[in-house]
Write a protein that binds this ligand. Structure first.
Ligand code: ASP
Ligand code: MG
Length: 422
């Protein structure tokens, strides 16, 4: 059994969906569990529906939803040739449910309503792809993943109940493959024990696929993308990037940690735990080698890996009364950051001060300053960028730094980080 994941870019247009079908056709005798995310920018559009609904702009929310509806109905019609197919009844039901939500008066949290509305993108895309595949001989079963993935009610970042979900996978998903070779289901969503829909965090479909791969003991997981494979830097930020043919799980986790938007960071653990290789392949040309992510990959073969995090802020926290910032104080500071869910990207401490670099989120920074200011004096510096280079080579760093004034730097034999003014 193999697990495939197709993301939004692979469903961007009718042509692309046909290309996806061609890819799948080239694996005729495989048992495939296929996880699909929402088409192109649908999730962003649904976020706007949720925002407007919650702010009381009902008409705008309804209008935005209706735009999404038209788009999906047009794509479905182009793929199926008419609007007679049972798919259209299924799509209609999804839209009716969303309209009901829009008719409610919001009494619960924003995150709750977000999850009831935003997961619609995956329900629509999978229903369309499944129906289309069945008409072109790719016989498959459509599965509502909310009957399988049980989570807590931490809306927008729900946590999977592994024991319950594993039982569902064993009892409900595995047996489907006795009579069929292909199951199509949604990434990114699940449901609570109260049957409320949840989402697993933006870009969470890679993770959903990894959970399935783990629970089905798949031989591999493939993420099909519109790029060649994993690159040593973001081609939108740097020229001359190269493809990485092989890399370890650990290295990919590090890359994601430093801010590379490669693969959802939660994806690796379920795969590593069962030693399931993760392949990143290009759906535009499946003959390209792509990237293999597994336990062992030779670090010596790796090119320098470059990650640039933009829009950073450096917070300088100094004790007001000249008392030392020792372990107990640092632990208090970390607790405040943790409570506000602010991730520290780089830190350094001295006798009476603590500096750290975080993503620029003005609301959170305001809250941080409010909480910290009784004990500490806080100065902050905006408009910064954090460069991380793994396996740096002489000369490269100077070339990348390009005269930017450096505010903070940290080095270890494998990694260098530089925070600079843009
Ligand atoms: N559709 C969701 C998102 O755009 C999940 C995913 O693409 O993985 O965040
Ligand atoms: Mg996406």
């Amino acid at each position: 059994m193999k697990v495939f994941k197709f993301g939004g870019a692979s469903l961007e247009s009718v042509e692309r969906i046909r290309q996806v079908a061609e890819i799948v056709q080239s694996f005729p005798d495989e048992k495939l569990l296929i996880v699909i995310s929402a088409m192109a920018k649908t999730t962003n559009d649904l976020e706007k529906v949720a925002e407007n609904f919650f702010q009381g702009n009902r008409e705008i929310a309804a209008q935005l939803l209706s735009n999404i509806e038209h788009h999906h109905l047009n794509v479905a019609e182009a793929l199926l040739g008419n609007r007679e197919h049972a798919l259209f009844t299924q799509l209609q039901q999804f839209f009716t449910e969303a309209e009901w939500t829009l008719g409610e008066t919001p009494l619960r949290t924003y995150d709750y309503y977000y999850d009831q509305l935003v997961g619609l993108g995956e329900l629509l895309s999978t229903a369309i792809v499944s129906a289309f595949f069945n008409t072109v001989g790719l016989t498959n079963t459509w599965l509502d993943v909310r009957d399988i993935f049980r989570t807590d009610d931490n809306f927008r970042d729900a946590n999977i109940d592994w024991v319950y979900t594993q039982r569902q996978v064993t009892e409900k998903v595995q047996p489907l493959f006795n009579s069929i070779n292909m199951v199509i289901t949604q990434g990114f969503i699940g449901s609570t024990d109260q049957n409320e829909s949840v989402t697993l965090g933006r870009e969470g479909s890679d993770y959903s696929a990894a959970v399935f791969a783990n629970m089905l003991d798949a031989e591999s997981q493939t993420i099909w993308k519109d790029v060649e494979g994993l690159k040593n830097a973001d081609p939108k930020q740097f020229p001359n990037t190269v493809n990485i043919p092989e890399i370890s799980y650990a290295e990919v986790i590090e890359m994601a940690y430093y801010g590379a938007q490669v693969i959802h960071p939660k994806t690796i653990k379920p795969l590593q735990n069962k030693q399931i290789p993760l392949l990143v392949k290009c759906f535009l040309d499946k003959n390209l080698p792509g990237t293999v992510i597994s336990e062992t990959a030779d670090v010596k073969q790796l090119p320098p890996i470059i990650v640039l995090k933009k829009d950073q802020v450096l917070l300088n926290i100094t004790s007001k009364d000249f008392s030392f910032i020792t372990e107990d104080k640092i632990s208090d500071i970390y607790e405040i950051f943790h409570g506000l869910k602010v991730k520290i990207n780089l830190m350094q401490n001295g006798a009476i001060n603590f500096s750290c670099c975080i993503d620029n989120n003005p609301e959170k920074i305001e809250l941080l300053i409010k909480t910290l200011h009784e004990q500490f004096k806080i100065v902050y510096n905006e408009g910064l960028e954090l460069l991380t280079v793994r396996y740096y080579q002489a000369g490269l760093l100077e070339e990348l730094s390009d005269g930017h004034p450096v505010l903070l730097e940290q080095r270890s034999p494998a990694t260098i980080q530089r925070l600079w003014k843009k």
